[in-house]
Design a protein around this ligand. Sequence first.
Ligand code: DAH
Length: 372
Amino acid sequence: MSAPNNSHDPVEAHALNPDEVARMRAEAMEAVAAANSLDQLKEVRIAHAGDRSPLALANREIGGLPPAAKADAGKRVGGARREISEAFKTRQAELEEERDARVLVEEAVDVTLSFDPIPRGARHPLTTVAERMTDIFVGMGFEVAEGPEVEAEWYNFDALNFLPDHPARSMQDTFFVEGPGGAHSGLVLRTHTSPVQVRALLDRDAPVYVVAPGKTFRTDELDATHSPVFHQLEGLVVDEGITLAHLRGAIQVFVERMFGEGLRTRMRPSYFPFTEPSAEVDMECFVCRGASVGDPDAPCRTCSSEGWIEIGGCGVMNPRVLTAAGVDTERYSGWAFGLGIERTLMFAHGVKDMHDMVEGDVRFTAAFGMEI
Ligand code: DAH
């Protein structure tokens, strides 16, 4: 004898009985109500209304029920699933509303706050270093003189005792300004600030104590240590009884104020057409103060373990220059110096590469602060 045709798995029957459906519904409703964020609600939806949720699985079993039981079970399960789906929609709307309200508060912008419409830039460190250098000499009684960047060859070379065939005049160093139709204009982009010496002397009567910071130009390629545009600080003293000792004193004061008390300076013989005698000026390395010399265990990157750093050229004024500038050489004598401003910035602030100084990246400039 075969069993009556009402056989279905007792477990399936269990999943579809009213108590069990009510339990699954209650569990889902509770989980929906407990979801506190849209993310949590999404997980609850997968667990209680997804394809593999208990009610979805129960729904699949309806097909296996005897025809008489199908309609009843279908109503029960379908009703529970609809209610759960409604509850989801309601909770979803509530949570979205809460999120929107929170975003409005958290991401609010106070449009009444004052703001700076134009982001402020920073002065270029070359400018501020040039001013500091200049101020040191102004503090010693010097005044500031200026000259043009497009300069007559006569001031840039002839008056400074550069003979017509001096190599510094050659195309390799000097930017010549072309005249109309390519003619010789007699103008150059000044290759140094020394022509300001002659202009300053022609402009005023001795005694003269001037410094002239400014831009200078040479046909160099831009690399880590060269730039076709660079800056110098020229110094000039013409007075009665002026000697090399005053020059040494002025340089010594400059170095101590700029780089630190007690640093020594020295002069090495050199040659410039406009000074006689001429010298290169070195200062003691302010990092190692000479300790790195001959000590391979403690190399100094600032002075390459030389102990000294070259900062410029100087010398006693050649009487020919004084004569060209209309100064009575019987009565007056003088000296001059030229200091590199880029070099000073490199040493004073550890700037390693010329590119940083010329590329105009405000992140480099701003790091030096807003010194006015
Ligand atoms: N004009 C020189 C140069 O550009 C630097 C210089 C050397 C300036 C000696 C001076 C000086 O006034 O006396 O290389």
